[in-house]
Write a protein that binds this ligand. Sequence first.
Ligand SMILES: Cc1cc2nc3c(=O)[nH]c(=O)nc-3n(C[C@H](O)[C@H](O)[C@H](O)COP(=O)(O)OP(=O)(O)OC[C@H]3O[C@@H](n4cnc5c(N)ncnc54)[C@H](O)[C@@H]3O)c2cc1C
Length: 547
Amino acid sequence: MIETDVLIVGGSLVGLSAAAFLSWHGVPTLSVERHHGTAIHPRAGHFHLRTLEVLRSIGLEARVRAASEEQFDPDGGINAVESLAGKEIATYIANLNAGVAAVSPSTRLFMTQQSLEPLIRIRAEELGASLRYATELVAFEQDADGVTGQIRNVTTGETNEVRAKYMIAADGNRSPIRERLGIRTRGPGHLADCVTIYFHADCGAALRGRNLGVIYVFNQDLRGFFRLVRTGDSGFLAVMTLGDMSKPDALKIAQGITNERCVAFVHSATGMPDAKVEIEDVASWRAVAEVAERFTAGRVFLVGDAAHVMPPMGGFGGNTGVQDAHNLAWKMALVLKGLAGPDLLATYNSERQPIGELAMQQAYTRYVLRVVPERGKEGMQPLVDDLSMEIGYRYHSPAIVSEAGTGEALYEDPRRSKAMPGTRAPHVLLQRGGTRISTLDLFGKNFCLLAAANDAGYCDAARDAAVGLGLALDAYRVARGENVSDPDGRFADAYGLSDSGAVIVRPDGFVAWRAKDARHASTATVSAVLRSLLCRSEQAQASLAAG
Ligand SMILES: Cc1cc2nc3c(=O)[nH]c(=O)nc-3n(C[C@H](O)[C@H](O)[C@H](O)COP(=O)(O)OP(=O)(O)OC[C@H]3O[C@@H](n4cnc5c(N)ncnc54)[C@H](O)[C@@H]3O)c2cc1C
């Protein structure tokens, strides 16, 4: 019998992220992955601001950026063409990072999932995660105290029993764990049977010096998208439909796919009918838009594609999954350490399920608009801009103290949300020890109270409250002469505070509570707020006190 706190099933992008984030918070984990190693196909390639921010919080951003720049030029764009050598139809994004410096210390990037996964794996292991490849979960049961899983080494056939307090299902879009739990999915459903063609061909001339991370292709033969390496001599073409949607097999690209057909698709999409094309590999996959109706069942938590699957338009799939894992990790850590009540874990579902559904619907909207306009706009959500989707999404749950009159919206414009509770804490450039840092660099491990320059006593109140609760908490007065200063004088306004207000930011960088002025600066109030955020009910507190 192997014992661990959290058993993670699936060691791909999201399972590895869960292992890294939990290990960052000091939680013992065991991951099992059926494959012998990390991803062998590029798949996800467009990584959003929030993903880079959360990787930054565990000290991984710089390594990821360096690896990305080996493959892609930074700040590429996303456009649509009839063919690479032919006419341009649309520019969706001219420069991936235009305007980003004002809202984030990070930048978006392109990189293959194949190169990202090993970096997350290494970081997870550095932080203490235990990973077993060539090992699958074959059965599990849960009871009031934990989950018992049977794992099997796929090479040797050896089986072991694992006992964990919680289990994370990062087992991909067909998630046998989700099925087994009887959790249903909803959404537009199966859209098409697609292929991704990995090829070598010299596309340099057709690229004409354009710096493009994703190139949509829309012509009489096919609709899909390219992702090419910076030299333009290799990459992949994802074919999602035929060009002529009236053909009966227009959505069934994968059926009977041959090498010749792949070469013909590449010829058409590049607009280079005579180009020498070498097909390296072909992967078939189903484009699906669905979300699980709930992300939790007892002690089992769904993350990533197990919880939501969406067409790749907008690059939401993997990014949303990484952020699921980030939301869950600190909550599990605090519950496992006995510092939060178990209801904190229920907020994983109330916070992430609506955001997973929003992301799935927005990916579907982009699929209709960019790939199959024939589907029509009925039942399609209006397009929400990328920045609001990436760093503007908003949580509503007992782990947030919402302000009256702020409504139920699932996203806000991050340039205007001003630290509204439930939104990601805004980026403001500060100074610490002579070095420029972002507010975001103050978050990641502990709860954090930030008080404006004329702190009315919030820092002391928060420190006292934290001692009373046994909680690790950082408190900073953001002012000239303090450890953390605000040379540009932007902090209070960016956080919607008077000069005597304060905010509490959760370990995941989301604003949990905001006191706009001095009125709530007492240990009793801050302590009550923290107890509420930690879901420490009287009953839970009694059991915490009893050990
Ligand atoms: C062509 C294409 C382009 C894409 N582009 C983007 C993009 O630009 N940006 C983006 O964010 N996303 C993109 N995606 C989506 C992204 O690839 C997925 O969302 C992401 O891989 C999901 O990761 P995951 O870890 O949740 O699931 P998966 O990657 O599916 O991994 C699940 C893992 O669980 C393992 N597993 C399953 N059952 C068991 C078991 N019983 N025991 C042990 N192991 C098990 C599997 O072997 C697998 O490795 C794209 C997808 C495609 C197809």
